[in-house]
Design a protein. Structure first.
Length: 646
């Protein structure tokens, strides 16, 4: 090895040693989970995120109607609106597209671009579709499912809740009957709540996933509701006399003595149909986002949230939470006061001591500075966060671009984002490579010269590539995935990434999943009329198998879930990185050649043992004195383990 590589290796080891937490803190977590600790299972799972509306349509009889989507963006429903065929070319205009000419959305903007228009689409995905594909989910090997919001709502994303207490009417078997049940309840009196058809079907989904050893987490946004939410409708109707006026940030009520409508309120990031819940202090998050102290003003809104959460943690209320969900993913968590989150943890853990709470933290200042979650991970709020910081750093290193960061800069980034956190929270992180809020992994890597999450749609950047990613993008994905599944924290898969799907930022990343039993139209339309290749759309079995193999490797070698990390090779000239995941009994070494030519790497391992590459990529040779040499092709990775057959 060249001297420069050795020096960098030593430096990175020192940096890690200065920051790394004492691994002994894990010793008291083996039996039961203390209130301040992350549940053990959250450090061992592989996550699979499902966006039900475009996952699979298992029951066409419950498909959304115009009535069901009333109140959703853009608050205009074309006369010819209907369900969009699942297998259509994604960018092909809908049959009602001409009706949008000259129309504006609820913010007053003309409905001229695809990103606006596609929000009118519904595909009819439902929980029956999830049930139909549970064996597929199990065959992939994932061990935890995180559902995007399931609460009743008019949009496709469900963050604009009509109510929090029930599963969306169109996700279950009986939408009209469910509406009657909801209308017969007193929304803020849990004693009147009944189980709808959709609620019961979700309990069946939980049961079937649990039978297969798969955990279930629900997604909620307690920061805001939709404009059709029952409490906000009461405020609109009764104004200052409403019992729920303190639930929301109301700037002014209507004066009935004037012809004007003076009613004004705060919407999340100014979005008119996402009305913010009122906190004890108002904090602006547009220019920068950061955690803050305080609480919600209304005690009744808190109690309502607690009641909804308890419903899904222990649905039959018998004190045994095994029939309920295993935790919650909490949306825009930095925009909710920490005082509320502390109370929320007590409520959730009071029902299920093994429940997992994961917060969505993202940018502090968009698009360059990401939020440090330390204050949220000290034992009184969350167990982990969606670890976009990990992906940003990994993308910046593995991307095959002149803008790629150096090997040492990558190691420094990984060290920096972990050094102030408890070891258990590092292991309980949800390491997210793509989600409903970002480009799909292959598309993110295909656009190698773009900045992460910045101008990542063809509307924002006309040269952004939306067609099928090339061979280089697939190579980069394999590199990054090998890192994701050998690094600290629980790997996360955005449903469809394992199928080889591509797509720009939301909602292009929310296309209907490309199940192999469907015949899709080729993608050939460009949303802004530019030339593009014609691409066949079909399930990529080779890509699926690569994911499944990595998941199995993580299962076969538990040290990848719980072990410490040591950087062995940091070679700038070769663009080679190697690290060890280890404990007192086991070691796995991950080696990455991020360069565009074959590289030979020397590894110092235990001389009394033999090793093998379980990805079968590199040529592995045992030298003298504990030196092992591996030759890796360009843009490839190796996972080296002890060869127990010799």
């Amino acid at each position: 090895m060249r001297k420069s590589g050795i020096i960098l290796t030593l430096l990175s080891g020192l940096i890690l040693g200065a920051c790394q937490n004492d691994p002994k803190e894990e010793s008291n977590l083996n039996k039961s989970t203390n209130f301040s600790d992350a549940p053990q299972w959250s450090k061992e799972v592989v996550w699979y995120q499902i966006f039900v509306e475009t996952f699979r349509n298992g029951d066409a009889s419950n498909d959304p109607t115009k009535e069901d989507i009333t109140g959703a963006y853009p608050e205009f429903i074309p006369e010819k609106w209907g369900i969009t065929p699942w297998t259509n070319d994604w960018y092909k205009p809908d049959v009602y597209a001409h009706e949008l000419d000259g129309k504006t959305d609820n913010q007053g903007y003309p409905l001229t671009n695809f990103a606006q228009q596609q929000q009118l689409r519904r595909y009819g995905g439902d929980l029956q579709g999830v049930l139909d594909k549970i064996d597929y989910i199990d065959s992939l090997g994932v061990t935890a499912v995180y559902f995007n919001p399931l609460n009743d709502a008019p949009s496709n994303h469900k963050f604009d809740a009509r109510n929090w207490r029930h599963i969306d009417r169109n996700f279950g078997p009986s939408p009209r009957e469910d509406v009657k049940i909801m209308e017969g309840e007193i929304p803020d009196d849990p004693s009147t709540w009944k189980m709808t058809g959709a609620d019961k079907l979700f309990l069946k989904v939980i049961e079937e996933l649990h039978k297969r050893g798969i955990k279930v987490v629900m997604d909620y946004s307690w920061n805001h509701t939709g404009s059709t939410f029952w409490a906000f409708k009461d405020v609109v109707k009764n104004q200052a006399q409403s019992n729920y006026k303190d639930w929301y940030w109301i700037d002014s009520f209507d004066n009935p003595d004037t012809p004007e409508d003076e009613f004004a309120y705060k919407g999340w990031f100014g979005v008119k149909n996402l009305i913010e819940i009122k906190e004890t202090q108002y904090v602006e998050h547009k220019s920068s986002s950061h955690v803050f102290e305080g609480n919600f003003v209304s005690e009744s809104v808190k109690q309502h949230i607690f009641s909804v959460s308890k419903k899904w943690l222990d649905p039959n209320g018998d004190g045994d939470p095994s029939d309920g969900v295993d935790g919650f993913r909490l949306d825009v968590c930095a925009e909710v006061p920490m005082g509320f989150w502390r109370e929320y943890r007590k409520v959730v853990r009071g029902v299920n001591p093994e429940a997992y709470l994961v917060g969505e933290t993202w940018f502090e200042t968009f698009p360059n500075t990401m939020m440090d979650p330390k204050s949220l991970l000290e034992g009184d709020i969350f167990d982990g966060v969606m670890n976009y910081r990990w992906y940003k750093a990994a993308r910046e290193f593995f991307i095959g671009s002149k803008k790629a960061i150096s090997v040492s800069a990558f190691v420094d980034s990984l060290t920096r984002i972990t050094c102030n956190l408890r070891n258990q929270n590092i292991l309980a992180m949800m390491n997210v490579a793509a989600s409903h809020d970002s480009p799909r992994l292959l598309t993110s890597l295909f656009n190698k010269d773009s900045k992460y999450k910045y101008q990542v749609t063809p509307t924002a950047e006309v040269n952004y590539k939306i067609h099928k990613p090339d061979t280089e993008a697939h190579q980069t994905a394999r590199l990054l995935l090998a890192h994701q599944f050998t690094y600290m924290g629980s790997p996360h898969i955005w449903a469809g990434d394992e199928m080889g799907m591509w797509g720009a930022d939301m909602g292009d990343s929310r296309k209907p999943l490309i199940w192999p039993d469907y015949d899709f139209d080729p993608e050939q339309v460009h949303p802004i009329g530019r030339d593009r290749p014609v691409n066949e759309v079909k399930f990529n079995h080779e890509h699926f198998d690569y994911y499944r193999n990595l998941i199995q490797i993580r299962e076969d070698y538990p040290v990848l879930k719980s072990g410490d990390i040591k950087y062995l090779v940091v070679d700038e000239e070769k663009r080679v990185l190697a690290y060890s995941r280890f404990d007192k009994n086991e070691e796995v070494v991950a080696v990455f050649n991020a360069s565009f030519k074959s590289q030979t790497i020397d590894l110092k391992l235990k001389p009394q043992k033999n090793y093998k590459d379980i990805l079968n990529i590199g040529e592995f040779v045992k030298m003298s004195g504990g030196t092992f040499q591996i030759t890796l092709p360009q843009r490839s990775a190796s996972i080296v383990v002890t060869d127990k057959t010799n």
